[in-house]
Design a protein around this ligand. Structure first.
Ligand SMILES: [Fe+2]
Ligand SMILES: [Fe+2]
Length: 263
């Protein structure tokens, strides 16, 4: 069992498929994660389940891996002060979570927009241009830049969690390149495909950040590191002063337009 804890979760699930369902039951959704570099022991410590639930879950997993055997279940190390399921963020992490709220508003609009998207009309093309501008300037230029250039710098670049986050950002950028190509060629199918894929990816990504990664990272940082991160975020916000208001307005405008059309 000890050896399994040091294997990547994707490999464990591949060899023992029922493990995915067990993790799911404890709110640990590793199956849909595209990268899956985390080790089984990381998954357990990151989610920081209450001790009794951790033992119960690990007992069930060990029965899948070693059926019928009595296995000594190793305890996964955890920070004693960490509390399960309480999502309290430090002020800089809260800023990232708040920015996710605006990004999620855009993600929620995508399924409403796509069925009636008409790239033959100027209005349809402008809508996609606006969406791409939001993604590139706000979601990527403003928000992901804070994560990549500031937050991640407090951690080892080789940490699986950081690699997974960067990989998601990269995949998202590739979807946007494809969306722009589709837009230029008035290729509706390509735009629909890549915008839907972008939405699925970012929805999962934000959920993982909000519920797992940001709280875990918060737990690792000292008070002075949190303060340093906060002031670096403020510098970015001053430099990109107009961004928050400009893109809140853009998303509200798209919401109003599409709501009106539904009435
Ligand atoms: Fe991110
Ligand atoms: Fe984020």
């Amino acid at each position: 069992m000890e050896a399994q804890l040091n294997r990547s979760i994707k490999e464990v699930i591949k060899d023992f498929p029922p493990v995915e369902k067990i993790l799911d039951e404890y709110g640990i959704g590793c199956g849909p994660c595209a990268v899956g570099l985390c080790l089984l022991k990381d998954i357990v410590s990151i989610h920081n389940l209450p001790a009794d639930q951790e033992q119960e879950m690990m007992g069930r997993i060990s029965q899948v891996i070693h059926p019928g055997q009595k296995v000594q279940i190793p305890r996964v190390e955890r920070k004693p002060e960490a509390r399960p399921k309480e999502l309290r963020y430090s002020p800089p992490m809260k800023k990232l979570v708040d920015e996710h709220v605006l990004i999620k508003k855009w993600l929620a609009l995508i399924p409403e927009i796509l069925p009636r998207l008409d790239l033959e009309s100027e209005e349809g093309r402008q809508l996609i241009r606006d969406g791409v501008d939001f993604i590139r300037s706000y979601a990527d230029g403003f928000h992901h830049a804070k994560e990549e250039d500031i937050l991640f710098k407090f951690f080892d670049e080789n940490l699986d969690m950081v690699k997974v986050m960067r990989e998601d950002h990269k995949t998202a950028r590739n979807h946007v390149i494809a969306i722009v190509e589709g837009l230029e060629g008035k290729d509706r199918q390509t735009v629909v495909h890549h915008l839907s894929a972008y939405r699925d990816l970012l929805s999962q990504h934000i959920k993982r950040e909000d519920e797992i990664m940001l709280p875990w990272m918060d737990n690792q940082l000292s008070v002075s590191q949190v303060g340093e991160m906060f002031s670096k975020f403020l510098e970015v916000e001053e430099r990109m002063d107009s961004y928050q208001k400009k893109y809140e307005d853009l998303i509200s405008r798209i919401e109003r337009k599409y709501r009106k059309k539904e009435e």
